[in-house]
Design a protein around this ligand. Sequence first.
Ligand code: NAD
Length: 433
Amino acid sequence: MTDSIRISSQQQSRLEIVFDHLEASEDARQRLAQPKQTITVNIPVRMDDGSLKVVQGWRVQYDDTRGPSKGGIRFHEDVTAKEVTALSFWMTIKCAVVDLPFGGAKGGVCVDPKTLSRLELEQLSRGYMRAVYDVVGPDRDIPAPDVNTNATVMGWMADEFTQIERRQVPAVITGKPLGLGGSQGREAATGQGALQVLNIWAQRAGKSPEDLTVAVQGFGNAGYHFARLAHEAGYKVVAVSDSKGAIYSNDGLDPEPIWRHKHKTRELKGMVYCDTSVCEEADFDQLTNDELLELDVDVLVLAALENAITQENAEGVRSALILEIANGPISPEADLILSDCNIEILPDVLVNSGGVIVSYLEWVQNRSGDYWAEEAVEHRLAERLDREAKSCFQLADDEGVSMRIAAYMQGIGRIAQAMDHRGTQDFFNSASS
Ligand code: NAD
């Protein structure tokens, strides 16, 4: 079943602002206003008790002008086609911001994975791949993990594709386990990339890591690795939170033992989900999630979900800088409030691009059969991000715009240019005269 859901009016107006700064054709403006294709799937899953549950999901391929579309698959009980569309739009921009030869896509499945057994989760993962099989592939659309999906889920999906094709196709999906063609360095890549962007910002601002306090909302995969690496680099990480609450220490926290503790005490339902909070049994001050967002720190890191900061709570934010690791953690209304308060924002499409950069490197390794050591992967990630992040900072300075608008200009400028190479109204008019 195919229908088309457009991006939100806020995303649309942000797009308009960016196009007003760019010399791009009307064709590009029109094409980027909606996704190329939206697939809705209904996946039958045989439950452990013998009953059948039909689970709805989507794959939205927003744009593939610069290459096959790329984007994660999210399992969440609240996910909607509209949310997946918004996420696919951001993926499109993100891949172009860091100059990857990819377009953007996203997948979503409307399910609470914590309610599934391991077998049910495997059935669902394989069922999703069967349902979207016709539209994915190494040269078409390459999925990856997102919230509540991980390497194990990617491994099942890659295996399902391989079984249908009756040949090995590891490049169909990224974020796979190492033994199934995954890349070294993928797990920490998003956190590593986010830290690199923060380091560039700090260097430009003449600050050293030791001068900066950091609070992290969302102590999951991306937030944990960021917090660990930031701590190792000398930043003072004073607070972290998960969905159940936050912990705080004025003297700073060491994220690694906290992460180990969180996992040691977890209650597993299915092998991949953790039900326990970082707060339980830990010897730190406890805060609510809202209190963490209002801490007087230098850097507030948003690494949980969309819309963590909206017009309801934006005025309470007291940090000097926000680092967006989650996708879309600040609503457009909140963006304006924060900007009025002179709070600088380093945007998601640049900050969290480390994940998709290493996904790209995984795809390259799968296709070439040449696998690299962790240091080689990290080096390639750092080199690309250094180049692309510095060029965003420069664009922001040159154009006198926010880092978000600069990053969008960099990404959309590249997509629009690629579209224009296929011919614009001006080109066809002058050719016929
Ligand atoms: P995850 O599921 O591993 O972690 C998310 C964490 O956020 C969990 O610990 C959860 O408990 C916590 N959380 C949820 N609601 C919260 C709340 N209200 N307050 C505080 N914490 C809350 O997911 P992840 O892979 O770390 O992804 C996090 C975000 O980063 C998502 O927006 C995702 O799209 C984005 N992202 C992740 C990657 C990656 O490589 N993991 C790459 C790019 C973008």
